[in-house]
Write a protein that binds this ligand. Structure first.
Ligand code: 5AD
Ligand code: SF4
Length: 462
């Protein structure tokens, strides 16, 4: 047997990249690679990159500079280190990466990582660039994670069910880097969920760039909606909690809204990006919905599930956005009342229509971002504060901040720090919230839990 080789994978950006990084490690495990958390003793370094905003892409190049130093040090010790760039920067920039950073051996896009073992062999003889969009389903060719790997990753797992986007918002690179919308078949997702449940996973988040546009085939060849997929997954013994992200308002159908009322395993939390509160800007962004459409969807969701915790993404300083149009976004935020949100300064992405429009000065974007973030921060703190004194189920995921603490997630996705035995990681237990911080909650166990498998999740009453 050959000596195990060490693999260091660093993920940037969204949860889909985190999932892809896990699957790359799973695919390389049968090739004798074991994961390491330290890049300096790795034989293979993979940076799984994000191209969504300029800053995200810049980070990759500065990290590659550090990797070059590591590679040169290793070479002096007679050790060969292979450096690979994966993900959306790889897809968008391809060969340019190798030109800018000679230490890179391998560049491959999000649709190619199942070919990693073969690409690595080729990389021994020269640079390899693979940014094709093959017709085959990469997930069919990937090794399943081992039980040990699944356990190590904790009781809350992701499954990619959909990739790509056909919406073409004018600011966004995703349709170019991730390609057209593709949904995985129901039975493959169910099989993956069953394996995860068998390894102790209690919560599954279905992920996709446009997850609620999901339209995978079921066993009988019919198209399944995301709502039907969620109902199917809720039947799997052990799976107590389901979530999905990221959704588009246009694909929020009646069935999915009803699932928030009728499916107890579906957690009362939803990330539904609106980007702007102004109709003119929404139109220029090619979002395909108005402010009123969005507010109507929120109203219906809240009628279905009154305690639904909502979050969103916002872009400030989109080309041509006036002060008054930005105020429309602030007003929308205060009309909706979010549990949290992400907000970004508009960042021109090469090849996207908005990059060609007249841009706003950086200082205007900075001011608007600060103003919006302050409002979102206030809303998040208020939402957390309203949780004080409430009791709800927490799924414990890992050791907490302080000795003796473990941390889990509330139904609303807030981190909850609790003094409890480490053996409770992986279990769901009722916790009373004693204190709220701006980002997380603190709580106390209500009672000693029964075995994790016997526990049924209670719908979180408000
Ligand atoms: N500039 C700033 N933010 C962007 N996003 C996507 N593209 C851009 C861009 N060019 C944000 C959107 C999206 C989130 C994932 O990233 O808000 O929902
Ligand atoms: Fe990008 Fe818009 Fe597609 Fe979301 S819906 S991935 S923002 S193009």
């Amino acid at each position: 047997m050959t000596r195990p080789r060490k693999l260091f994978v660093k993920s940037y950006g969204c949860q889909m990249n985190v999932y892809d990084s896990h699957r790359m490690a799973d695919t390389l495990a049968p090739e004798g690679f074991v994961e390491t958390a330290a890049p300096d003793d790795a034989d293979l370094i993979i940076l799984n990159t994000c191209h969504i905003r300029e800053k995200a892409a810049d980070k990759v190049y500065s990290e590659l500079g550090r990797m070059r130093v590591l590679k040169e040090t290793a070479a002096r010790e007679g050790r060969r280190v292979t450096v690979a760039v994966a993900g959306c920067v790889a897809q968008a920039e391809g060969e340019e990466i190798v030109r800018r950073e000679r230490s890179v051996d391998l560049v491959f896009g999000p649709q190619s990582y199942h070919r990693l073992p073969e690409m690595l062999k080729r990389a021994e003889y020269g640079k390899v660039i693979d940014t094709e969009f093959p017709v085959e389903d990469k997930f069919d060719h990937l090794a399943a994670p081992s039980r040990i790997a699944m356990r190590k990753r904790g009781p809350a797992a992701f499954i990619t069910v959909q990739e790509g986007c056909d919406k073409f918002c004018t600011f966004c690179v995703v349709p170019y880097t991730r390609g057209a919308e593709v949904s995985r078949p129901v039975e493959k997702i169910v099989a993956e969920a069953e394996r995860l449940a068998d390894a102790g996973v209690r919560e599954i988040a279905l992920i996709g760039q446009n997850v609620n546009a999901y339209h995978g085939r079921d066993e009988s060849g019919r198209t399944s909606s995301l709502a039907r997929l969620l109902y199917r997954l809720a039947e799997i013994p052990g799976i107590a909690r389901l979530r999905y992200t990221t959704s588009h308002p246009r694909d929020m159908d009646d069935e999915l809204i009803a699932a928030h009322r009728d499916l107890p395993a579906l957690m009362p939390q939803l990330h539904l990006p609106v980007q702007s509160g102004c109709d003119r800007v929404l139109k220029a962004m090619n979002r395909g919905h108005t402010r009123a459409d969005y507010l109507r969807i929120i109203e219906r969701l809240r009628a279905a599930r009154p305690d639904l915790a909502l979050s969103s993404d916002f872009i400030v300083g989109f080309p041509g956005e006036t002060e008054e149009e930005f105020r429309d976004t602030l007003r929308l935020v205060s009309d909706v009342g979010y549990a949290g949100a992400f907000s970004f300064k508009y960042s021109p992405r090469p090849g996207t229509p908005a990059a060609e429009m007249a841009q706003l000065p950086e200082n205007v974007k900075d001011e608007r971002l600060q103003c919006l973030q302050a409002e979102i921060g206030r809303q998040q703190a208020a939402f957390n504060a309203r949780c004080t004194g409430r009791t709800f189920d927490v799924l414990f995921e890992k050791p907490g901040r302080k000795p003796g603490q473990i941390v889990g997630r509330s139904p609303y996705l807030q981190p909850v720090q609790v003094m409890a035995p480490a053996g409770m990681v992986g279990e769901i237990a009722a916790v009373t919230v004693t204190e709220a911080g701006s980002n997380s909650l603190f709580g106390a166990l209500v009672r000693a839990p029964k075995s994790a498998n016997a526990r049924v999740v209670e719908a979180a009453g408000v």
